[in-house]
Every structure is written in structure tokens, then in C-alpha cells.
Design a protein around this ligand. Sequence first.
Ligand code: FES
Ligand SMILES: [Fe+2]
Length: 452
Amino acid sequence: MLNTQDNEMLCRVSASTPMGEFLRRFWTPILLSSELPEPDCDPVEVRLFGEDLVAFRDTGGNVGLLTAFCPHRRAPLFYGRNEEHGIRCVYHGWKFDVHGHCVEMPTEPAESSFQDKVRARSYPIQEWGSVIWAYLGPPDKKPELPHLEWGFVADRQRNIVKYNQECNFVQALEGDIDSTHAPFLHGALAGAPDLPVLERLRMARQAGADTSIYQRAAERDFYAAEVPPRWNLAYTDYGVAGANARTAGPGSQYWRVNLFLLPFYTYFPASPIDTRGHTHMWIPEDDEHTRVWCIMWAPHEDLTPEERDSVLGTSRPHIGTLDPATGRLRATKANHFLIDRKLQRTTSYSGIMGIREQDTAVVEGMGAIADRTQEHLGTSDALIIAMRRSLLNNAKALVRGREPKAATHGGVYRVRAWAGVLPEDVNIFEGADPVGKMTAKIPAGAQPPAGR
Ligand code: FES
Ligand SMILES: [Fe+2]
């Protein structure tokens, strides 16, 4: 549990709050590049850390991110005309470039210098990995982009899907590093076919991969076989690594390593033979709303159509009810996430369709900001406790004047989640080889752009 003060500090993201200032020290993903597909295309509304913003791509292809309201009399710039290297407010025609300079002020006399004194607040932008990143922190503290592996691969090796959750970003991301909930919330009932394992076995066969691990898993799903797992934690430069071990037959252990990367990324391993990377980015729109980015990538080859389909498609989709038009789930708290009580009695532990819908049902159900003074945390919550401590300690350190190392050392993000079976006398944090498996294989010279 947390006391009220720490819970407030953990969750409040607006400017001048400790966490809000900490989050603003990092480059933050705001849009897919494809959401501003061409010069002078339609502007897009963005809400980030409690701020209303508008993004647009100008005639030269540069992206601008301005405060949403015109500095003249606060009309929304979203309705603006995006034309000739700037966005023009439709109320009185004032025009602003991507840096927020007022470049035309048709309502003032030509000889007036008022135009030079007015600026729309603008924020720096980067484009990398098919994503538009923004920096909302102090200009003299501009950070480095995080060297996240998915940013280095080609578009065809990467799949990105987004949706919204109606709750605070911390409780939303807690579900991703909670390695004990999966056999329950995402599980099948005893006697029902274990769809995840069987499905992965089928995919492994199709890919010509070694299926022995799945045949063993199909016989005895060690993911569910031992609850609770034994946790090992490490505080790192990027955040926290949490490794948990379960018995996986005589003389061996099944390890899963989940990562929390500051300030809002989670990495999780899918399975021991999965060669794909998986991450979620939990971007706070404000204290009570989170934009969730789901990214799958293949480090060395293109993703197959079936893999892309597995996110939103029809065969046991990762997200079951996403409405592409709104970016929101059709399963909501208001309709009880379309829970099917018959399915819950016969086949599915939760009765809710879609992995993300299952997670969303439980975290949104806690309320927009969970009251952590009422919790009773056990040993299985070790990584969640560590993640909160990491965030809080970093936010408090910044209040005391210590800047976060991760923000300016993008190289610390060259890591991976990992899952595998090891001899029972091997501890993943004590042997060079298993830890080596957690290092992303990014070409040594590869760097994200340095920024403008
Ligand atoms: S409110 Fe934008 S030009 Fe007047
Ligand atoms: Fe989950």
C-alpha cells in the first residue's frame, strides 16, 4: 500500500507536480507519423500530461506541436487552416509556424510590431521509428531519445496499435508487470482447451521452429503450474528488471523477465521460443486517462500477415473490440466489458473477450485513480512495489535537483524482456549468459536522431 501523499505524487501528471515534472524530462510518443501523413494535412488534437495541444505537419513536412488555444483570444487552433508553412487560426486569421512564431497577423496594421511579440507555446518534436515524439520539459534539459529496439527496425518489421484506458497510467501499466495474474485473468478453465499454448504450438509448427518446449508446455503449462513464482528484482539505470522462476520439470526452471523502463514503458516476454519483441507504452493524457501503445516487432525479419492479424484479427485477438474510428474499446465499464457469464462458467476464467479488454476491465474497475491506501500487497506484488518505488524515488530526487540519468542516456534502453528454461541451479541475475539474452541486438553504431 501507499500513503495518500505518495499515491498522489505517483499519479498526478500535470505541470508543477513532482511526477509531472519527472515525466516531462523524457521524449514522449504522441502520434504515429502516419497520423500526419503529408504536408499541410489535417491537424490532430493531442492531450498529454493534462495539456491540450494541436499537432500539424507544415508545407515543408516539419511537425509542429502547439498549445491548443490561439494566443489571441483562445480559439482552438485545431479548426485552423494548415497552409503555406503554418497553421492559421480561423477566428481572425493569425498564423503560426511550427516553432509557435506568429508569422501573419492580418487584423493589425502593417506597420505594427505586435506580431513579433506574440508566440504560441510550442514544443520540440522528433520523428523516429514511425512515431512522433514530443518534449515538454525545460529547454535546457532536452533529453536523448531512448534506444528502444523497435525504433531501429523497418516499418514492415513492426506493428503498432493504440487504444485508450479511462484510468491513471500507473495502475494501467501495473497489470503488465504483474506476472501472476495471467493464469487467472487470461486463463482457460481446467478441462477447457488451453488455447494460448495450443495456438503457439501451431504457430511454431508452421514456422518450422522447435516445438518441444510447447509440447511440454501443452502437457503441463508451467506458466500456470506454480503460483506464486519466486521473484528476483534488480534496480537498473533504465528502471526495474523483475525475473520470476517456476519449476519446469525435473532439474529446470522456467524464467520470465519483465522490465519496467522509466518512465512509462513495459517489456514482457511472450514465450520461450517467441522471437518477437513486445512492449506497451502507457502515455498519460491526464491524471485519469491513458493512451496505450501496443508494439510487436521482429528484430531480423518482416512480421507475417498472421502476426499482424493476431493483434486485431478474428482468431483470438490480443485486442477484441477496438473501434478504429475512435481508438477506443467497444467493451467498456458501462457495458461490463461484454462479460459472458456462460463462457465464464465453461471455458474462460474471466468470460471477457480480448486480452486487453480483460486487463482494462480490472484496472478501470479500480476507479480512475486506485486508492492504494486500501491495498494489501503480497510477495507476488514485488515488481509492482519496485516499479512504484523507482518512479517515486526518481520524482523525489528531481525535486531535490537530481536529474534522471535515463533521460539523457538513451543507450540504457538497449534491453529486452526474456523467457526461457534454465537448469535449476542457474539464477538469471548471476550468470553472464542469461543476462546477455536480455540485451537487445542493436547494431553498435545505430543511433536515433539527435533532435532539433
Ligand atoms: S482567436 Fe485566433 S486569431 Fe483571434
Ligand atoms: Fe494482463
